[in-house]
Design a binder for this molecule. Structure first.
Ligand code: GUN
Length: 282
């Protein structure tokens, strides 16, 4: 069997069209959705992500601004910027690009974002609501994973799902979303015993560890659906995922490519969250 390739780029293009239509409706009512992206320091990968997020937003008619601070900025100055954006009525969504330089505490920064502007879904209010099964803003990457599972047409209720990686940004919210959709979820991480056996039993695999090809193709259960969140750069500059793609594609029913799978959907879900914030819902 060769897996169906889940085209995140094509699905994201469709989502962007829907977002652009919602933005047009808002603008006709005199509301221009505003997104503020905060980038601290000059990590090249983060700079690329921020540039593409603001470019996508502008293409949909969202007024996107990036706010750059030097790598040695103090916690107080960063908090002051977030507090200013929080009070700005033209800003509907705030995203602070992570990771922050080591001397800064991301939790304090995230706590300063008003939950109704937290389009990244990282504020304790939003994560807590997700845990309660009454989500408002959900982190963009796990949301993108769920949309790709929808594209695959896989039945989530009752399915065995494994999430590898327990980050607050991806793994934990992905496990909660799957739980809320009635999947039976195992959340694995770097300390997990017998990872290969847990993966081998799963009908759904979400890999979000950030370790190139950690998940071997031979582990994949025949007919499984595989969502690969990893973006790892090889020595020769190629991007590869957390899953050994070619071997996994021999066994899976459906799989996301890297690049062109989860990445574009993460960005599309940020646009959706931003327009939702500007609509004043939920
Ligand atoms: N760094 C990598 N992905 C993300 C994301 O989705 N949001 C934020 N804030 N930082 C990130």
């Amino acid at each position: 069997m060769t897996a169906r390739v889940l085209d995140g780029k094509a699905l994201a293009a469709q989502v962007k069209l829907e977002v652009a239509a919602r933005v047009a409706t808002l603008r006709a009512r005199g509301v221009t959705p505003g997104l503020a992206v905060v980038l601290v320091g000059d990590d090249p990968a983060s700079a690329v992500y921020v540039r593409s997020k603001t470019k996508d937003a502008r293409e949909c008619g969202i007024d996107a601004g990036d706010h750059r601070l030097p790598a040695d900025v103090s916690q107080a100055v960063l908090q002051a910027l977030v507090t200013r954006l929080a009070a700005d009525p033209a800003v509907h969504g705030i995203l602070v690009q992570l990771p922050l330089p080591k001397h800064l505490d991301p939790d304090q920064v995230i706590d300063a974002i008003p939950p109704h502007k937290d389009v990244d879904g990282l504020h304790p209010d939003n994560l807590g609501r997700l845990a309660q099964g009454r989500a408002r803003f959900v982190a963009c990457t796990p949301q993108g994973c769920m949309r790709l599972l929808g594209l695959a047409g896989v039945e989530l209720a009752g399915a065995s799902a494994v999430v590898i990686g327990r980050s607050v940004l991806v793994g934990r919210p992905a496990a909660l979303l799957l739980t809320n959709a009635s999947a039976t979820v195992t959340l694995c991480h770097s300390r997990t015993h017998d990872l290969s056996e847990i993966v081998a039993a799963a009908e759904i695999v979400i890999a979000a560890v950030g370790r190139a090809e950690l998940i071997r193709g031979a582990w994949i259960r025949p007919g499984a659906t595989v969502i690969d969140v990893g973006i790892n750069r090889t020595a020769d500059g190629k991007l590869i995922g957390d899953v050994e793609y070619a071997a996994a594609a021999e066994r899976a029913a459906a799989i996301t490519p890297v690049p062109g799978g989860v990445g574009p959907m993460t960005r599309a879900c940020l646009l959706e969250n931003t327009v939702t914030a500007a609509e004043g819902e939920p």
